[in-house]
Design a binder for this molecule. Sequence first.
Ligand SMILES: CC[C@H](O)CC(=O)C(=O)O
Ligand SMILES: [Mn+2]
Length: 343
Amino acid sequence: MKRAITITEVALRDGSHAIAHQYTTEQVAAIAKALDEANVPYIEVSHGDGLGGSSLQYGLSRTDEFELIETAVAVCRQAKIAVLLLPGIGTVKELKQAARLGAKMARIATHVTEADISAQHIAAAKELGMETVGFLMMAHMAPIDVLVHQAQLMESYGADVVYVVDSAGALLPYEVKERVRALKESIGIEVGFHAHNNLSLAMANTLAAIEEGATRVDGSVRCLGAGAGNTQTEVLVAVLDRMGIPTGIDLYKMMDLAEQLVAPMLPKAQEITRDSLTLGYAGVYSSFLLHAQRAAQTFGLDARDILIELGRRKVVGGQEDMIVDVAAEMARQKVAVWEGEWK
Ligand SMILES: CC[C@H](O)CC(=O)C(=O)O
Ligand SMILES: [Mn+2]
């Protein structure tokens, strides 16, 4: 089966953010099996924040992620199971466990300026015989020369692919093009792109990346992912097919599983709400959405104000505890203003 573009399906990992990490074994078994039958080549399974993410800080998983990985491996005949790992959240121990259970691809994710912390994990994944991807998150936050240098580091550590990751869904199509073009000119491995739809640009940005030579892209059935979600896999397959670009994925099967299997499981459809739009507008990590909404409720604030402030302070992944700190500080300031008005 010829694939000009290789799609990694992320609903069972990024989509976990959208459902507060509540996947059951039965859901993962059914979705992974259907994706496999639709000939999706890679299916990512782990906590939304990657291996080891289940915690009070990032959100507790309903089901142990290793049980989910084992389940997905067991039901797939051709698809390879991928796992995400953020060094510091997950460790080499968890990577080894995932490999033992049959995961074949490791995506090692760091903030866009911190590739150096991925050296050990990329080397470990390669030693375990896994295909290894460097995943440079929040790519809108670094100048292009910095992004290039960080990608070169990941390549030097042994990564097979480097991804430009638009974690905040903040990049505009021309910015995606500049970034992918710069990587294509300066590294010798495949370039990938991961989009979020907060500004309704996930599809346009994915196509822009492909136009500049990205050969790996991420999709999520029914866009299930953090914030406003990711590029919708079944739509991407249809669009690429119209463009004469083979993905190897069966369009009707993808459409059917989206409609008949995934849509009925969702508590609510993925859409661009005022809060998820604010993520893209303010350049904030998409996975902060539910945390900011909870903090807004607790402190009687507008989630948009919290997100704008987080963007202003350039808070990055791993700093989830800052969301409550910032909200508490904003609430205190609000009270101080009221008190001043009463004097
Ligand atoms: C918290 C990890 C994050 O969800 C990884 C990712 O998909 C992204 O940065 O977009
Ligand atoms: Mn993502």
